[in-house]
Design a protein. Structure first.
Length: 248
C-alpha cells in the first residue's frame, strides 16, 4: 500500500491529461497538491476541487514553466503555502510538429523552452526544498520519442532526450541528500496532445504497439505515484517506459 500522507507534491501542467491524473492519484495516496497550469484555469480548479473531495488540500497556481522567474515564484508560493515540497513532477509539455525543413526557429525555441528549460527552471528552484525533505522526489516526463526520434518531432525529441541527461545529472548531484530523480517515458497515451493526430499516423503508431492499444493516463500516473513513494527509495537516475511494449 502506497502511503504519501503528509507529503506535498507539485505537478506541473496538471490541469489536463497525464498531469491531472497524476495529481489525483497522488492525492488518493494521501499527498497535498499544487495544481499548475499555463492557461486552463477552469480545468485546473476542477482538478483541485476533486482533490478536496478526496479530503486532501490543493492549491491552484498559474505559471509558465518556460519562464525562469515564473517557475521560481511557483516554487516559492508552494513553500509559502505548505512550508515544504517533497515531490516535484515535471509534466508540463507541448508539441509543435513540423518536418525539419519546415521547422522555424520559433517552433524549435518554444518546444525546447517549455519541455526542457521548464524542467531546469523548476528543478533548480525546488532543489533546496527537496533536499530538506526526508525523501525528496523528482519525476520528469520524457517520451519514447526522446529515445527513438520521430519524423516531424525534431524539437520535441531533442527536448525529451535532453530531459534524460538533465535527470541523470540531477540524480547524481542530489542522491547524497536523499533525493531521487527518475524519468517516465510514455508511449502513445490518449490525451489532448495525441487526440488530433491524423488517423493514418495513429494507425501507424498502433501497428508498432505489441499491446495493440493506446495507453491511458492512469497507467502513466500509477508509475509516477510508485516512484514518488518510499517503495522507490533505491531507484535513482532511471528511465522507465510506459508504452505497451512499443520500445524494447
Ligand atoms: N500523451 C502522450 O501520448 C505522451 C507521450 C509521451 C510523453 N508525454 C508527455 O507527458 C506530459 C503530459 O502530456 P499530456 O498528453 O498529458 O499533455 P496535455 O494533455 O496536452 O496537457 C499538457 C499540460 O501541460 C500544461 N502546460 C503546457 N504548457 C505549459 C507551460 N508553459 N507552463 C505550465 N504548464 C504548461 C497544460 O496546461 P494548460 O491546460 O493550461 O494548457 C496542460 O496541463 C508532457 O510532457 C508530454 O510531452 C505525453
Amino acid at each position: 500500500m502506497i502511503d504519501l500522507t503528509g507529503k506535498v507534491a507539485l505537478v506541473t501542467g496538471s490541469s489536463r491529461g497525464i498531469g491531472a491524473a497524476t495529481a489525483i492519484k497522488l492525492a488518493e495516496a494521501g499527498a497535498d497538491l499544487v495544481i499548475n497550469y499555463a492557461s486552463s484555469q477552469g480545468p485546473a480548479e476542477e482538478i483541485a476541487s476533486k482533490i478536496n473531495k478526496i479530503g486532501r488540500k490543493a492549491i491552484v497556481l498559474q505559471a509558465n514553466v518556460a519562464n525562469f522567474d515564473e517557475a521560481k515564484s511557483l516554487i516559492k508560493k508552494t513553500k509559502k503555502e505548505f512550508g515544504k515540497l517533497d515531490i516535484l513532477v515535471n509534466n508540463a509539455g507541448i508539441t509543435n510538429d513540423k518536418l525539419l525543413l519546415r521547422m522555424k526557429e520559433d517552433d524549435w525555441d518554444q518546444v525546447i523552452d517549455i519541455n526542457l528549460k521548464g524542467v531546469f527552471n523548476t528543478t533548480k528552484s525546488a532543489a533546496r526544498y527537496l533536499m530538506k525533505s526526508e525523501a525528496g522526489r523528482i519525476i520528469n516526463l520524457s517520451s519514447v520519442v526522446g529515445l527513438m526520434g520521430n519524423a516531424g518531432q525534431a524539437n520535441y525529441a531533442a527536448a525529451k532526450a535532453g530531459i534524460l541527461g538533465l535527470t541523470k545529472s540531477t540524480a547524481r548531484e542530489l542522491a547524497v541528500r536523499g533525493v531521487t530523480a527518475n524519468v517516465v517515458a510514455p508511449g502513445f497515451i490518449e490525451t489532448d496532445m495525441t487526440e488530433n493526430l491524423p488517423e493514418n499516423v495513429k494507425a501507424e503508431m498502433l501497428s508498432n504497439i505489441p499491446a495493440n492499444r493506446f495507453g491511458k493516463v492512469d497507467e502513466v500516473a500509477n508509475l509516477i505515484v510508485f516512484l514518488a513513494s518510499p517503495l522507490a527509495q533505491y531507484i535513482n537516475g532511471q528511465v522507465i517506459n510506459v508504452d505497451g511494449g512499443m520500445l524494447m
